[in-house]
Write a protein that binds this ligand. Structure first.
Ligand code: LLP
Length: 412
């Protein structure tokens, strides 16, 4: 579900023609629909209304302050994985008691910043981190509630790079070592163990892998409680898929119905860390066609946006639908939709059905709200795209286009 739709064949974001946005703000341009991500947040929030829960939006998916401020205003929390994300979340007005901090490699400075802010929980991913965190918090005269991130060794059936809860992945504490880690936490002065956490991967289509992880987590929670730990929350990470092409991801209600029986009787608060589910469908990347070229028996549609703007196709073989922005009559024919970056891996879609387009036409790369702008770079010295947030008939620039000045500003 999203608020990108067609009026007489022309693509609109909410009440605004996307072509007008491109004319106003230039291309490449990320266009976000506020209604879309607000509705996705609300759907998930409503689906879990029958249990105490907190939604901690995964900032890494799209940390734009305009997005974060909007979510903050709805009462949404944040899942952060770096000091930079923590800074952004706080700046956007997300209260520290709604922030959790995951990540395999947190620096001392990052942990200190989390303690200083007074966040809800640090998701600790190894035993040594527990010791370091306790030392830091003690030095600051503070305590830092934490959760142990366990690695449940579950296959989420997604892309290899998006799998995080198998035993061979770098994330979390192996199940067999969780008891010992908890034992250590109990001897340390400043790291009360209040929760358990897992995150098994991303773009997960079914609730079944979550069930598998939850069965394991239940046992750990029960065991820790028997040993006297007051486990108050269970963080089940993010990972809910969105529809890019022909996938059939679960709805918020299906997700809830699929897992809730494994959670309800534990009487603890559930934390969810969705990123993509909230912001993925709420964004498109708009680009202009620079050239159309026939070569090697192929049609290449060359855009002014490339892998530096959206790396997902190159990195994960991800498929994003690509559509003309203006009404296009005529039959679709195969095309490789590529960018200007000097790499053969610089494509946004290969062998895609696209109607005839010519120089100056606009195309939209759909479902690009998550891990689009967030993973963009200046490779080939390309200034990063502008980002615009649409709400009804209003459009606000939430990140201006970078300039050549910006590209060299930090160098001497
Ligand atoms: N929590 C933790 C600890 C995570 O590592 C992640 C994502 C999330 C939550 C949010 O996952 P989501 O709900 O968005 O699936 N760049 C990749 C996705 C990498 C996800 C990394 N961790 C992509 O473009 O598909």
């Amino acid at each position: 579900m999203d608020y990108f739709h067609r009026v007489d064949g022309d693509l609109f974001c909410e009440d605004l023609p996307v072509a007008d946005l491109a004319a106003r703000f230039g291309t490449p341009l990320y266009v976000y629909s506020r209604r879309t991500f607000v509705e996705h947040y609300e759907k998930l929030d409503r689906a879990f209304a029958d249990v105490p829960h907190a939604i901690c939006y995964s900032v890494k998916a799209n940390g734009n302050l305009g997005v974060l401020r909007t979510l903050a205003s709805l009462g949404c929390g944040a899942d952060v994985v770096s000091g930079g994300e923590l800074h952004r979340a706080l700046l956007a007005g997300i209260p520290p008691e709604r922030i959790v901090y995951s990540g395999v490699g947190k620096t001392g400075a990052e942990l200190a910043a989390a303690v200083d802010a007074g966040i809800r929980a640090v998701n600790v991913e190894n035993v040594e981190e527990l010791r370091v965190l306790s030392e830091i918090a003690t030095g600051m005269g503070r305590v830092q509630p934490c959760a142990l991130r366990v690695n449940p060794d579950v296959d989420p059936h997604t892309h290899e790079y998006l799998t995080t809860g198998r035993s061979e992945n770098k994330f979390g504490i192996p199940l067999a070592e969780v008891g010992a880690a908890a034992g250590l936490a109990a001897t340390l002065p400043a790291v009360p163990l209040v929760g358990l956490d897992f995150h098994i991967g991303s773009q997960i289509l079914s609730h079944v892998p979550y069930q598998a992880a939850l069965r394991q987590a239940r046992e750990v929670v029960e065991d820790l409680r028997r040993r006297g730990f007051e486990i108050r929350h269970l963080d089940i990470g993010g990972g809910l898929a969105v529809r890019y092409d022909h996938e059939r991801p679960m709805t918020a209600d299906e997700f809830h119905d699929g897992i809730i029986d494994l959670v309800r009787d534990l009487s603890l608060a559930l934390i969810l860390e969705p990123g993509r589910f909230i912001i993925g469908p709420a964004g498109v990347l708009v680009a202009e066609v620079l050239f159309v070229k026939e070569a090697g028996g192929k049609r290449f549609v060359i855009l002014d946006a490339g892998m530096n703007d959206l790396i997902r196709p190159a990195l994960y073989d991800a498929v994003h639908r690509i559509e003309p922005v203006r009404r296009a009559d005529g039959d679709a024919a195969p095309a490789d939709v590529v960018g200007p970056v000097c790499e053969s891996g610089d494509f946004l879609g290969r062998d895609r059905a696209l109607p005839a387009v010519r120089r100056g036409d606009l195309v939209a790369v759909m479902t690009a709200g998550a891990y689009g702008a967030a993973m963009s770079s200046n490779y080939n010295q390309r200034p990063r795209a502008a980002e615009v947030l649409v709400y009804g008939a209003d459009a606000t620039i939430v990140r201006r286009r970078e300039t050549y000045e910006d590209l060299v500003r930090l160098e001497s």
